[in-house]
Design a protein around this ligand. Structure first.
Ligand code: ADP
Ligand code: MG
Length: 338
């Protein structure tokens, strides 16, 4: 007797959602990354109760056709890769075609979208079931609203922390997305209060000022260096301005914020003789590399990636920062050589 059957899509999506949709910030991440991939220049995020009541992400990107507006909720539906060759040359933030299917499996989603070619489309979907699909959007772009998050996964809902903690995760995330895309104007509004606004001017130092304040930006210096495989640039605070946490060091690989303990350590090491123990810089490090040197397909959230020639990269980062700090001639000669 056979016992095995292929599970239904709604069940498979709910299982995948367990990995992709951990909390409101994970939904904001997926929706904003999609808006970035759609070449938006303006992205607005609006939350009610830190996203537990509602999350809305509006963009002015390329939008979707009527057919795509339904298809985007299907599992493994993507416009970003089409064959194995593409998988090793990813230049977009998304490629798994899983996020929207997962989000729609555990919430109620309203989508308004228009690609500017026809009149646009409205789709409503709840727990993976399409409730509404009709013509309706106006301007080119996309507008997603997520409500009733985790209504059908009560255990996950119970895990949500306080509004302040959940909001903190989203602010952290949006700061990093804004730092990785200075050319996009972001806003984050929570319960009618605007929390973040960036200009989209393309100037990274300006974004740093929007996020950390002008007094921090004024104490940051640029650095830049390249070798045959990597190009790195960014800004770092002069040693006199420092923080008690390593969290203010952001590493971006080809426009994607990544978590890398040794990468963060390379930044800290570059300064460590100038900083007291337990104090860390504020820094943004942009790394540009041929995507063939990176593997982002390690975890669904794509925060951890594999990098070939990693130690060469970390040495480059360290040297770039060291040289910039020494050039800024703020370190007394007597301790420079240590
Ligand atoms: P992935 O991003 O991995 O392709 P998603 O489930 O996040 O998978 O999205 C599925 C598809 O829906 C995307 O490939 C894209 O074509 C389309 N899409 C999603 N969000 C947007 C958006 N804001 N603007 C335009 N197209 C979008
Ligand atoms: Mg996506």
């Amino acid at each position: 007797m056979n016992h095995i059957h292929i599970m239904e899509d709604t069940l498979a999506n709910k299982i995948a959602a367990g990995e992709v949709v951990e909390r409101p910030a994970s939904i904001v991440k997926e929706l904003v990354e999609n808006a970035i991939d759609a070449q938006s220049t303006q992205i607005e995020v609006t939350l009610e109760e830190a996203g537990l009541t509602s999350i809305r992400v509006t963009d002015n990107g390329k939008g979707m056709s009527e057919e795509d507006a339904i298809r985007c909720f299907e599992r493994h539906a993507t416009s970003k890769i089409s064959n194995e060759h593409d998988l090793f040359r990813i230049r977009t933030l998304g490629f798994r075609g899983e996020a929207l299917a997962s989000i729609a499996a555990v919430s109620k989603v309203s989508l308004w979208t228009s690609d500017g070619e026809d009149q646009g489309t409205v789709v409503e979907i709840e727990g993976g079931k399409v409730l509404k699909h009709e013509p309706g959007a106006l301007r080119k772009g996309t507008d997603f609203t997520i409500q009733q998050l985790f209504f059908n996964t009560p255990a996950r809902l119970k895990y949500m922390k306080t509004i302040q903690t959940e909001l903190g995760h989203t602010i952290d995330l949006l700061n990093r997305l804004a730092l990785s895309h200075p050319d996009i104007a972001f806003t984050l509004t929570h319960d009618q209060h605007q929390i973040l606004r960036t200009s989209g001017s393309g100037n990274l130092l300006r974004v740093l000022s929007d996020i950390y304040g002008v007094s921090v930006a004024r104490k940051m210096i640029p650095f830049e260096k390249e070798d045959a495989d990597f190009k790195v640039n960014g800004f770092i605070t002069l040693p006199e301005l420092n923080r008690a946490s390593k969290n203010y060091v952001s590493l971006l690989m080809n426009g994607r914020w990544i978590k890398s303990y040794p990468g963060t350590q390379a930044v800290i090491d570059a300064l460590h003789t100038y900083l007291p123990i337990g104090r860390f810089p504020i820094a943004v490090v942009n790394i540009m590399a041929d995507p063939i040197l990176t593997d982002v397909n390690v975890h669904p959230a794509k925060r951890h990636i594999r990098i070939s020639k990693e130690s060469e990269l970390f040495t480059l980062i360290k040297e770039a920062i060291r040289e910039a700090i020494q050039k800024a001639s703020i370190i007394p000669d007597a301790i420079k050589k240590e």
